[in-house]
Design a protein around this ligand. Sequence first.
Ligand code: CP
Length: 315
Amino acid sequence: MGQLSTRHLIGIKDLTKEDIELIFKTADEFKEVINRPIKKVPSLRDTTIANLFFENSTRTRLSFELAEKRLSADVVNFSASSSSVKKGETLIDTVNNILAMKVDMVVMRHPDPGAAKFLSERVKTVIVNAGDGTHEHPTQALLDAFSIREKLGADFKGRKVAIVGDIMHSRVAISNIYCLQKLGAEVMVVGPSTMIPKNIESLGVKVSNSLMDALNWCDVANMLRIQLERQGDDKDVAFFPSLREYTMLYGLDKEKLNSLDKKITIMHPGPINRGIEISSDVADSDQSIILNQVENGVAIRMAVLYLLAGSLGRN
Ligand code: CP
């Protein structure tokens, strides 16, 4: 097995194409393992991993925990809501106290962009970013690209992926752009101009405000969740007039999908706002690979943890 060019996984920006392909190749092997009756391998026996979640999560948190357990690691889970962070302890003190209990690797989700990088420069452990604010969500992008590869084949050259919705607040969009482009795919971001960052063209993506134009262009549409929690303090819509209008213009339903003269693949990172960015009949259709994405998340996270653990000198 090869080695990654990085000691931590902070963002896809830091990975090479070879790193991504090595993660995919390793995930192929782990996917085979987790479909066996006995789903465990001893690869990370005697390795202790702490999952630090300072922000809510269902898929990422469970998927990392399952990945760690399938690799036979010892696992401790930390949730900010029930921790001494509530008593004013700093992030560095919290993590150094956890490391004093002989933890080898830290998986962290945090609401602040840059939190994973900040930590990786200040504590002596391997850091895996499980999503840091609006910055990056690297394992999501890896599992998304791995799911496209599984569905459409390994050659990404010329493959067209539209990322639709709240690009402004989306760490998934940024990580997907880096990952897909490194693999050779073309990316279009689509949404109301208020939700598309200025100068995003400088990343080499196409930009559109028309969902139908994007759907006619792409092979894959990745429908993002509207992140009301990142839109401001009043928790109300702030970047478009109403959810109803957003759904009319940018929500994907069967009528829009069936009007295309080709069958495109539909993705969503979850959690889904059914009836807002995607209708139930599209989310549950045979064109959707949403649950394949979730399934592949475990194999991808096993691969990432296994390869990063190489720097601990245990593989
Ligand atoms: N896709 C994703 O990150 O989902 P969770 O917030 O449930 O982890």
